[in-house]
Design a protein around this ligand. Sequence first.
Ligand code: SF4
Length: 223
Amino acid sequence: MEVLQNVKLSHLNTKYELLSGLERVEKIFNDFDSERILVTSSFGATSAILLHMISKVAPGQPVYFVNTGYLFEETLRYKEELSNQLGLNVIDTSSPINHYAFTQQNQSWKYNPDLCCFINKVGPTEKLRTGKDVWLSGLMRYQNANREKLQIFEPRPDLLKFHPIIDMTSEEVEMYATIYELPFNPLIYQGYGSIGCAHCTAKGEGREGRWLNNAKTECGLHI
Ligand code: SF4
């Protein structure tokens, strides 16, 4: 069974390999039922690229936004502005209020950031995965070492992770945004290379400002 799954996975990766990011997004919506495709976005530094592709290929597709309660005001405003520009169907979600309150009272981002991320990001997203076959995400290999080896399709126990823009370079991202006049999260222009929660994001190149002075490099959602 596992061998069969591996064969299917390598077949899918080969089939999508030669396509552009936009063609891959088009193909996934042809190959799979859109109701079984999960799209999430953090409206972070480079989220506009994949969101633009989705708005072209599958307008109206729900885009889930997990609000941790600790995001920058700039990110929340950017979410509204980009959603209006692209006509996105964004659905907000978050952890139960008492779970969030627990992390607030305990300042979990300081003392146990893995738990804080689990409660405020991973948990709410796990619920969204029910009944889905594919989960789209805008990870790119150049962003950090954890992402360098990721393939277009990666298996997860319950679904397939799909990374249609995994091989875009930072130059291609810039060019795509210029061509389609896409705004980036404004915090980029204040020196933030990657943008997550305000407690855990500092200024810096790439993802170096995320969980600064902590061994943690990912929230646990994708990696
Ligand atoms: S990034 Fe920081 S504040 Fe946000 S959920 Fe994770 S630990 Fe908590």
